[in-house]
Design a protein around this ligand. Structure first.
Ligand SMILES: Cc1ncc(C[n+]2csc(CCOP(=O)(O)OP(=O)(O)O)c2C)c(N)n1
Ligand SMILES: [Mg+2]
Length: 1021
């Protein structure tokens, strides 16, 4: 290839730099010389001296010569050799010697030579034309007329590149001149501009390229490394006559524009001082989305899951999803009362789910818009996860039935890193949704910020290039162009199952919201906007001029929709109560009672029969397929597991195995995702076995538990937290009958997913009455490994719990389950595998769903004492919210001088130290396993059991971190402040842990001494 290019370059003695005076120039304001019109009519001018076949013949000769000089006739060999050696134009050609071989070949060459003595020029010009065509395909979008306002270049650059022919003098760049314009050139196979014609005059070639690439559509695709995909796109945009609409289609489009425009106008008339983040200036978004949905429905899609920001959201709800208008209008009533529990959300964040008939295809379609927080783009991975889950549950392995559409603002799409993280999930086997259609509402502004200050890339969409997604920029003031690209985008997704982007270049008629003054910061832009005729008006006038509709029909369409709005408005006044449940994006049919309550308020035992424990243990310790060679180290691990099972014990990994395996057996899908989760960061899990002799041969024993089990998905994720946690949250949203877990590599890494935790997981139910049972596994523990990797930041999760530290709740029989039902999430730190097993199973067996945060251990994974017996997992057993002391202290509680409350791994350090000091009878150690909701009842019982004892909270974390600030007021409330609660732990610090191993051990020694020295608090009383 390189050789070919070099030869070709040498064959053209006049290089671009020699002919073109400069490489670029400012884009001229004057109209282009080759300004095309929209229909292709010019016939191919007849060329008297050169048939298309002969130029093709020269090309063929040339390429054949490049491959093998002996394969062509001697005359061609000499010619190409001379040219290649740099012979000046006209000197390379020598008359061919007499030929004795093929007569027809001779005739052809003779005719060619007679017709065009300067064959060299012919080759040269053809190569030039080929380059010119390619230049338009690659860079035509840079000069496309994309900005409806005509003031800003969509790529933020007003330079017109030299290789785009905006005036005849630019032909010189290619060694051509005006006299070549009427010469006919054979077209290469990499263009479709010819339609049925294989050769065209240069003038017509340029005109057609301008038509395809430089009008209201800018196609960015030549970076795609797949020839078929490039050809597919070229055909869609280059083929003459592709952008033609039937009368019916034009009228439908006009009706959709009427709805989109009049909806905003109606809201503006009725509630002029309310924020609604209107769509004015980008109204074509509505027909754009409807086109994508219609086309996808035609291609078999049954469910569309959408995510979008504030801009135009109400319009999408009304005119795309078809939420009843009165339900939308009533939300503008400030006296509307909330009917559901929770705190609700503003109207332009709520989600929606609607099943209806698609009128164009007459097929059923389910549309859902996922509720989202204000955090721009945070919903992207959530939508993808939900889409993946919907595909998974309906067996849609190729994404033919379920489609996701993501909408974006231009500033957010370019600025938010989560967009990039989400794109990187798009082609990973366990995360792909088989192509997403992205629509960017590119109103060329972000709040008050000019795009030139908001991004460094030419377009806001450049981030999509990393996954080779084609990008269709389109001027939103040309609704037909918008509809056309949306059709192509939907077809692309159906054909290639890959992401695609529609960049709707538009403007924002008002301020950021309707109360905002845009002239403060964008005076010139807004002067132009004030003059700008609304797109509906422009399009209506166009159709009226064409005779596609009459003015009267247009006006009737408007009055018809205005009347629909007025009537809905009248009805909306009857709505006095707002049901957030009506805005659910993911209903779980059958999981709740009809009025949305849990079917019971009890949780059965989470224990498991001995036989099941044995069977799952056996699967966990074997290789269930034949002829599969595992690593020697792994063999030893499996052998160790086998021994544990024979001894009826489990370690952490086996406890997890028992929980997952049993749920799978009961038909519950389990999905574990995160970085390196398949093996486990700490090499303890090994859920995917790798054949040591065969590349990519793997085995997942968990899928060999029983014949009718649910499938187990365990997947190493990309190195992302924000994206992947968002994705798993979305996956968990789709169904209550799955255990979906995300594991952080180390607990502290969850902070790069903070928006998902703060905006979705913690308040999701309160904002959107939507439950979610996602589990976060966050490795946590001070192991002397330095400030990173030590703390999963329990304090942050605990600080966001919604239980009141100062009020002792009424303790009833169903206290434990009620507490779980009322909380916003559950936070646990299990100290043994059995409790971990139970809490995982409880997550599914309880009659509602709550997010579960588990601080998981590191050193405890292999700690000889951190093992559990089958006895603690048998039927009748359950998760222990608090594990009381059951040793000598518990036998004689009245003699106990101190009760130490703690959680997690420090328990083992405390018991060892207590033993060393011989204090088993004087000190009781109580483990709080469920930190939140706080086990007030059990802590109370523990405190009352030891009336003479001092109460101490001991933690290995620093005082301003960990659990202390959360547990202290709650213990005090529990005991009604009758006794002090002392602290034993590390001093306050800025970093979570020291980087010095020695300092770490010193600190440990010091706080253990405080915890177990019975005089430590004497002086402070
Ligand atoms: C993560 C995040 N940062 C900041 C904001 C505040 N904010 C709300 S809208 C907006 C501008 C968004 O511009 P763009 O994405 O172009 O959308 P547009 O409003 O123009 O439709 C900003 C900065 C936010 N909502 N989310
Ligand atoms: Mg914007």
């Amino acid at each position: 290839m390189h050789r070919l290019r070099t030869c070709a370059a040498k064959l053209r003695p006049l290089t671009a730099s020699q002919t073109a005076p400069k490489f670029s120039q400012k884009r001229p304001a004057a109209p282009r010389t080759f300004q095309p019109i929209r229909c292709y009519t010019a016939p191919v001018a007849a060329e008297p001296f050169l048939s298309g076949t002969s130029s093709n013949y020269v090309e063929e000769m040339y390429y054949a010569w490049l491959e093998n000089p002996k394969s062509v006739h001697k005359s061609w060999d000499i010619f190409f050799r001379n040219a290649n050696a740099g012979a000046p134009p006209g000197m390379a050609y020598q008359s061919p010697p007499p030929l004795g071989a093929s007569l027809s070949g001779l005739a052809q060459v003779q005719s060619l030579v007679n017709a065009q003595p300067n064959v060299e020029k012919l080759v040269e010009d053809h190569l030039a034309v080929q380059s010119l065509i390619r230049a338009y395909q690659i860079r035509g979008h840079h000069v496309a007329q994309l900005d409806p306002l005509g003031i800003m270049d969509a790529d933020l650059d007003s330079v017109v590149l030299s290789d785009l022919i905006t005036s005849p003098d630019k032909l010189g760049f290619y060694g051509l001149d005006e006299s070549d314009l009427d010469k006919v050139f054979r077209l290469p196979t990499t263009t479709f501009i010819g339609g049925n014609e294989s050769a065209l005059p240069l003038r017509e070639i340029i005109r057609r390229l301008e038509m395809a690439y430089c009008q209201h559509i800018g196609v960015e695709f030549m970076f795609i490394n797949d020839l078929d995909q490039c050809q597919w796109i070229r055909e869609k945009f280059e083929k003459p006559g592709v952008m033609q609409f039937t009368l019916e289609e034009k009228r439908t489009l006009l009706a959709r524009m009427v709805r989109s425009t009049r909806f905003e106008e109606f809201l503006q008339r009725k509630w002029s001082s309310e924020k609604r983040f209107g769509l004015e200036g980008s109204e074509s978004l509505i027909p754009a989305l409807k086109t994508i949905i219609d086309k996808s429905s035609e291609n078999g899609v049954e469910t569309v899951i959408m995510g979008m920001p504030h801009r135009g959201r109400l319009n999408v709800l009304a005119n795309v999803i078809r939420k009843e208008l009165e339900q939308i209008f009533c939300q503008f009533d400030s006296k509307l009362e909330a009917a559901d529990e929770g705190s609700g959300d503003v109207k332009y964040h709520l989600g929606m789910y609607h099943r209806r008939i698609n009128r164009v295809t007459d097929r059923n379609i389910t549309l859902s818009l996922v509720a989202n927080p204000s955090h721009l783009e945070a919903v992207d991975p959530v939508v993808q996860g939900k889409t993946k889950a919907e595909q998974f549950y309906c067996g849609d392995t190729d994404g033919n039935r379920v489609l996701s559409i993501l909408m974006h603002g231009d500033a957010a799409f370019a600025g938010q890193g989560i967009v990039y993280e989400t794109f990187h999930l798009s082609d990973l086997p366990s995360y792909t949704t088989h192509g997403t259609v992205h629509v960017v509402v590119n109103n060329q502004i972000g709040f008050t910020t000019d795009p030139r200050m908001a991004r460094s890339s030419p377009y806001p969409t450049d981030v999509a290039r990393v996954v080779n997604a084609p990008i269709f920029h389109v001027n939103a003031d040309d609704p037909e162009a918008v509809v056309y690209v949306c059709n192509v985008a939907a077809e692309w997704r159906a054909t290639f199952h890959k992401d695609v982007v529609v960049d709707l270049v538009s403007y924002r008629r008002n301020g950021h919201n309707e109360m905002d003054e845009p002239m403060f910061t964008q005076p010139l832009m807004y002067k132009q906007i004030k003059k700008q005729k609304p797109v509906l008006q422009k399009y209506a006038e166009k159709l009226i001029a064409e005779g596609a509709v009459t003015r009267q029909e247009y006006e009737e369409e408007i009055s018809k929709y205005d009347k629909i709005c007025e009537e809905a408005h009248a009805r909306s006044k009857d709505e006095k109560i707002m049901h957030i449940k009506h805005w659910l994006d993911s209903p779980w049919p059958g999981f709740f009672t009809l009025d949305g309550q849990p079917k019971s308020m009890t949780c059965p035992s989470t224990g498991l029969g001995e036989e099941d424990l044995g069977h799952i243990g056996q699967v966990a310790s074997s290789v269930p397929v034949e002829d599969f060679t595992i690593h020697g180290g792994l063999s030893r691990i499996l052998k160790g597991r086998g021994e544990m099972i024979r001894n009826r014990t489990v370690d952490w990994a086996l406890g997890e195995y028992m929980a997952f395996g049993s749920l799978l057996k009961e038909g519950i899908h389990v999905r574990l995702s995160g970085q390196d989760v398949e093996r486990g960061t700490f090499s303890h899990r090994h859920h995917v076995l790798h054949d040591q002799n065969v590349d990519k041969r793997t085995c997942i024993p968990m899928n060999h538990i029983s014949a009718n089990q649910a499938p187990y998905t365990v997947c190493n994720s990309s190195l992302s937290e924000y994206g992947v946690l968002g994705f798993e949250l979305g996956f968990a949203m789709a169904s209550p009958n799955a255990l979906v877990l995300w594991e952080a590599q180390f607990g502290d890494f969850h902070n790069t997913a903070q928006a998902i935790i703060d905006q979705f997981i913690c308040p999701g139910q309160a904002k959107w009455v939507r439950q979610n049972g996602i589990v976060l596994l966050l490795p946590h523990g001070m192991e002397g490994m330095g400030p990173e990797h030590s703390s999963a930041r329990p304090e942050r999760f605990l600080q966001m719990c919604n239980d009141d530290p100062d009020v002792l709740p009424k303790i009833s029989e169903d206290f434990a389950v009620r507490q779980l039902y009322d909380c916003n999430w559950i936070v646990v730190n299990c100290s043994n595998p059995a409790n971990y097993f139970h809490v995982l199973r409880r997550q599914i067996l309880q009659p509602f769903r709550k997010p579960l945060i588990i601080f998981t251990p590191k050193s405890l994974l292999r700690h000889p004492e951190a093992k559990s017996s089958f006895d603690d997992m048998l039927p009748g057993t359950r998760f222990l919210r608090l594990i009381p002391d059951n040793g000598a202290a518990a036998q004689a509680p009245e003699g106990v001088r101190r009760v130490i409350f703690c959680t997690g791994k420090v328990y083992y350090e405390l018991t060892r130290e207590r033993k060393t000091r011989g204090l088993e009878a004087q000190v009781a150690i109580s483990r709080i396993e469920q930190l939140s909701p706080f086990p007030f009842d059990l802590v109370k019982a523990e405190a009352e059991k030891y009336p003479e004892a001092e109460l101490v909270w001991c933690q290995e974390e620093h005082k301003n971190q960990g659990y202390y600030d959360y547990v202290k007021p709650r213990i005090r409330t529990t005991i009604e402040r009758t006794r002090p609660v002392w602290y034993a732990g590390r001093d306050p610090a800025a970093a979570p842990a020291t980087g010095n191993k020695n300092a770490h051990l010193q600190e440990l020694k010091r706080f253990l001494d405080t915890a177990l020295n019975l005089d430590s608090f004497q002086s402070r009383v």
